[in-house]
Design a binder for this molecule. Sequence first.
Ligand SMILES: [Fe+2]
Ligand SMILES: [Fe+2]
Length: 274
Amino acid sequence: MKPPVIRQLLVDLNVPFALRWNGGDAFTSAFMNALSLSFPAGEQFFLDSVREGLKQLPAEQQDLFKSDVKGFIGQEATHRRLHALYNQHLLSQGMVNHWEQRAAKRIAILQQMDIRHAVAATAATEHYTAVFAHWLLSNEDFFQHADPRLKTLWLWHASEESEHRCTAFDIYQALGGSEEWRLRWMRRVTWFFLTDLLRQTVNNLWHDGSLFKLSTWASAWQHLFAKGGLFREGYSLWRDYFKPGFHPSHHPDTLSQQWLQQHTGAYAPVTQAS
Ligand SMILES: [Fe+2]
Ligand SMILES: [Fe+2]
C-alpha cells in the first residue's frame, strides 16, 4: 500500500459561510459542524499518538513505518488546520465547542498511560472516520445543495481518512498491542464518540434555534436511521472491527481513490512522503 500523500486543499475558507451551509438543512449542517468542532483537538491527539508510537518502536521497524507515519501526520495536520478555520466561522455565529473541552480532559489522562492505549484509541476512532468517509463518498447526494467549498472540504477529508485508515492500526500492532485491548478501546471510543457527537449536535441545534422543530428530527431520521442512512449502512462495516484478525485494509478505498483522481483541480500535492 502506498504511503498517504499530503495535499494542500485549494479551497478558500476565509470567506464566512452560513450555519446551515448544507442546503439550509439544520440537522445535517449541525451534525457535520459538531464533527468539525472535534477535529482540531482530536486530530492533534491522533498525530501525537502515532508519532510517539513510532518513536517507541525498534529502529528497524521505525524504518518500515516512517513514510506512512509522515503521510498520516501531514494529512491530519492539514485537516486540523482547515477545520480550525471552519470552526472560527461557527464560533462567530454563536456555536460553543463543548466537545473539545470534554475531549481535552480525556486526552490528558490517556497521555499519562502506556502509549499503546492512545494508539488503540486512535485506531478505533480512525475506524469510525473510515466508515463515515465511505458513507459520505458513496452518498454524495448528501451534499447536493451544499456550499460547494464545504462539499469539497468534506469529500477531500473523507478521501484522505480512507487513504490513511491503516496507519494507527499498524503502529498499534507493531507495538505489540493485544486484541483484547484493541476491542476494549473500540467499546470505550464508541461510547464517548457517539455521546459527544449527539451532545454537540443537540447543542448546535439549540443555538441555531431548530432543536424543537419536527423538520430537524425528520432529517435526522432520514440521514442516520432510514434505509441508506449513515448508522444503518455503516453498522456492518463498524462491526467488522470486532472480527478476529480484522485489518482496515480489508475494507477497500476504491471510492477515495476515485474521488481524488476525479478532483485533481481541488488540491495540490505538497510532497510525496518518503
Ligand atoms: Fe483527518
Ligand atoms: Fe484520520
